[in-house]
Design a protein around this ligand. Sequence first.
Ligand code: ACM
Length: 815
Amino acid sequence: MRTRRPANATVPRTPPLSSAPRLLRALRLVLALAAAGAAHAGTEAPVASLPMPAQVLPLVPLPAHLTRGEGVLRLASGAVIAVPAGDRGARRAASFLAAMAWRDHHLRLQVREGSSGAIVLRRDARTAADPKGAYELAVTPAGVTLQARDDAGLLYAGVSLWQLFDANANANANANADDARAGVDVPVLRIVDQPRFGWRGLMLDVVRHFAPLDELKALVDQMALHKLNVLHLHLSDDQGWRLEIKRYPDLTRIGGWRTPPGGEPARYGGFYTQAQMRELVAYAAERQITVVPELDMPGHAQAAVAAYPRLGVDIGDGPGRNPRPAVAVDYGVNPYLYNADESTLRFIEQVMDEVMAVFPSPFIHVGGDEAIKDQWKASPSVQARIRALGLANEEALQSWFIGRIGRYLESRGRRLIGWDEILEGGLPAGASVMSWRGTEGAVAAANLGHDVVLAPAGSLYLDNLQSARDDEPEGRLAQLPIEKVHAFEAMPAGLDADRAKHVLGLEAALWTEYMPSRRHREHAIFPRLAAVAEVAWSPAALRDWRGFVPRLALQRARYLRQGVNAADSAFAVQFDIDGGPAGMLAAGQAPVRLGNQLGYGQIRYTLDGSDPGPASPGLGADGQPLIVTLPARVRATAFDAAGRPLAAVREQRFDTATLLTRASNQLQACPSGEMGLRVPLRTEATDWAPVFNVNLLDACWIYPRARLDGVQGIAVDAGRLARNYGLAQDAVKVVQHPARTPAGELEVRQGDCTGPLLASLPLPAGSAPQAFTLKAPLPPLTGVQDLCLRFTAPIHGPLYAIDAARLLAAEPARP
Ligand code: ACM
């Protein structure tokens, strides 16, 4: 199951067990011992099974009104999409539909002007009060009518029709490149639909990792297919400046590049030319998507200060300027702020002139988040500025700063939006708020009469991992399963009734510290974007998790067909070994529970190493575990009602080694504090690399409920990683454990870390990122006890983490 082992781990994972009798003896012993621990190994068993209907309309987001009729309409290649003469918006919507029909189904639809065709686009309002994007879609046995007042409505009507091409997936499966006569069967129905919110967004951080233009265009395509309409690009931060500014070329020449920790690669970065961004803006506009640019200020400014040190804060000594910082490689919160001099504000206004010339978006995002004020507090000139402006403190200066930029944007017909920290020190007039620290900021701002967008980290930050699976790539350890996204309600409680109109909508955000490649980014975005779309578009009264999951399964098939690297985490089988009746394990058998996060699909398995198919044995509906004879190799996946796999096959071996192994995600962070990330060995590694759970505040883990009778040793697969995190005020919480040697050790202790020291394993010298294995004998122990595993390395050096801890039933060979 663990496919992302460190490539350069130095010892084999399976302990050397040389003869068969010894193997059996050890196996029996270990099985008897391992059961209790393994049963609580941290996997998530489904609590309930969801119904798996045979007939589901593959529509995501769910339309506001839908009436089904009888029968189907067959659309064959050559069918005409008729658009009103001279109507460019209708032609664009029709062309988008035709392109998707061809790309996705090899169905050739022809766009023609006129009023007759198999598919007819009409420019009519349903009602005078239609919000932007409203449409009506009618499928009869005679043809399809798509009707809307605006271009967005026509586009979305086409998207819904395209999604219906999957409605009769078996009949429609004959559509392939070799069959020019291929057709699709579309069910007879009528949809009357409109968006719930006008701001249906996705933020992409292109600073921490850079996404090339073609990836942004592909993302825009997918957003349109989800009826989303705001792409928010986070274009500047401590780790890079990503937009060409012609007047200030060093912003990208210097600020666009950084040297990662460990020096691999020697230079990382990139930026978009203004021409490229204009191209993206036009591409997005054709798909009814507004690109909202964000330049972060007054904090997250290190790349800008690296490019032009005069923009930074004079903290008192020296020649009146800070030395030029490097573009940051530390993630998190860094201290660099813009100063508040007139010349710096003028600089920002000049930058904004160029930004506004490239991005027609009514909103310009100015960040405002996480500007710790240490530099402003320490700077005599900033303090003098605060006094000269008659302001109370640094928070008031931030409010003044943001307000000043807001007035500038307003004078040019634009509106300022910022993260919820812009409320601190007083929300400037006219500013809109994007609420990320929960929803309180949105409530406060809306009650003050300001427009708000909801983007709370706990529900909509897609860098949070979507499952506790061991095969998840990097991300934040905080869990955001798709069900939690789907449950998000954007209209916050606590809002005065007449203030609801200030809730413009919502936005999911992908911060990319741990998203080094397109593959990683797509895995994080999809399929959770489908839930984001439903929450943003569909009426709250229709929200139905049980109805969503079968549609999600069809959406997943669509992603696969389009080559989108959507995660299958929610459908993938997870394995859990059950203690079972006493004696069962000792007799060489194990009850294994198979499930998935969603509790959806028919799980089928094999024990002979082959891939399970729709005819492989399935788990019974009685919820009984599968009894396997050890050692066993179980391969399994879930299938839908039509026998299509819902996820890639997963495999788990059950034998001596696996039963005594706890992977990184099965260890528990020590209670003295946790700031959990799942990170690769090297920050810029773009492969599906080995990843380690790290605890930034305390390099300490508990191996819970280890069954220790007969265990003779321990092997720990560990990693040394760069410690590149700006912790700001949390830095004081980082725990240093006393070390015996300069490089520190891995300590193994009995119990809760105050227990006896069982082993102390010196860490390898050096500081470069590296995977390694430490092994030691353990003294004879008995019973079920926790083990504490903690690193005593200096906390100003590299970070250490555990990939897996393996108890050894035989004494390990001495090095
Ligand atoms: C944020 O997550 N700092 C907006």
